[in-house]
Design a protein around this ligand. Structure first.
Ligand code: FE2
Length: 359
């Protein structure tokens, strides 16, 4: 497989302006009298941050940008990250937070409870080619078709009682009793219904799916997509990594010798039993332009699934009204992706060979 090299710009692409305008108008319903707080760090080009600030100002909103330090370990260690109190104070004044640095954090939950809405253009992670990702996956895709498709997939998850995922001879079964389907489409605002859709959303769209209460998921699966764990590098195994679960707990790691050994050593050294629990979320990508790069866009690759491991207590509070007490807690959140699994919801096919069936 060819190595994918996204377009890392050395200047502002003019196309960033229309995609940011689209984000503010169609996804955020930004109004002229609102306060916009933009949080970033040095991983994201300053000209991308400037466009988010400048476009909000051009639309008549007030917009303030704060750049904070690069968090140690990146996305995997977000649940255990500590943030300066200055960020929390500014967040309490915001109507809309554009988060390109933080992701899951208690002060973000507090801001939402205070009435703010939060959009993460890079899924809570800064990146050197965020502009390329947003242009390719949003401006050059039909984001409204992706949103409506994500709503249909979410509905199918919500209507089902069991999810079966098959990779080769292996099968992983997840109990969906009392589990809500979520579109995870990036839209805070529903432009069809002219009403708010969510308080927290991430880009690019979309990866509809479910949050999974602790203790569910039994069987084995072969991971041939991305593995996000330590420190912040998104790896693709040379051969599938085989993970075996019992009642939502990772029991065995096999398959690809290099990654199996490294993952096992990392988990053992971590000394955090909560890191072995999962899947804590299960999502299927539906963006035809998403690629396997070092951006979280890999979670939206069409027809692939991404499952989370470890902490869900923070993400769960951001994404839904689910009781956080039934969600797993850990100092880390890590993820794995399967590119073309066969998925059944109850006895009805949802996905096979990279195709998704909703009607
Ligand atoms: Fe995750």
């Amino acid at each position: 497989m060819a190595s994918i090299s996204p377009d890392v710009a050395t200047r502002l692409k003019p196309d960033v302006l229309p995609v940011v305008k689209l984000i503010y108008e169609d996804l955020c319903n930004l109004q002229a009298d609102q306060n916009v707080l933009i949080i970033s760090d040095a991983r994201t080009p300053d000209y991308v941050v400037s466009v988010f600030q400048g476009m909000a100002l051009a639309m008549g909103a007030e917009a303030v940008s704060i750049e904070c330090r690069v968090p140690v370990g990146g996305a995997t260690y977000q649940p255990g990250s500590k943030w300066p109190s200055m960020l929390g104070a500014a967040a309490m004044e915001a109507d809309l937070i554009i988060d390109m640095a933080v992701g899951y954090a208690d002060f973000i939950v507090d801001a939402i409870n205070n009435g703010a809405r939060v959009l993460c253009p890079g899924d809570g992670i800064g990146g050197p080619f965020m502009d390329d990702v947003l242009i390719r996956t949003m401006l050059h895709s039909d984001i409204h078709a992706i949103r409506r498709h994500a709503d249909k997939v979410a509905q199918r998850f919500g209507d089902a009682t069991t999810c079966s995922v098959k990779t080769g001879d292996d099968e992983l079964i997840i109990d969906l009793t009392d589990v809500e389907g979520l579109p995870a489409c990036g839209f805070l605002w529903d432009p069809d219904k002219k009403d708010w859709k969510s308080s927290w959303a991430f880009l690019p769209p979309a990866q509809p799916g479910i949050l999974i209460p602790k203790g569910r998921g039994t069987g084995s699966i072969n991971v041939d997509g991305t593995l996000l764990y330590h420190p912040d590098y998104h790896e693709k195994p040379d051969s599938p990594l085989r993970l075996t679960f019992k009642d939502g707990h990772l029991e065995a790691i096999g398959g690809d010798p290099l990654l199996a050994a490294r993952l096992e050593a990392w988990l053992e050294d971590l000394g955090d039993e909560g890191a072995y629990y999962g899947p804590v979320h299960f999502n299927i990508g539906n963006n035809p332009n998403a690629l396997l790069t070092q951006s979280q866009e890999w979670e939206r690759v069409y027809g692939s699934i991404t499952c989370g491991m470890g902490d869900l207590s923070l993400l769960g509070g951001l994404l839904s009204d689910i009781d956080r007490a039934i969600l797993n807690k850990s100092s880390v959140h890590w993820d794995w992706t399967v590119l073309h699994p066969t998925i059944y919801l109850d006895d009805k096919l949802l996905a096979d060979k990279g195709r998704i069936y909703v009607d």
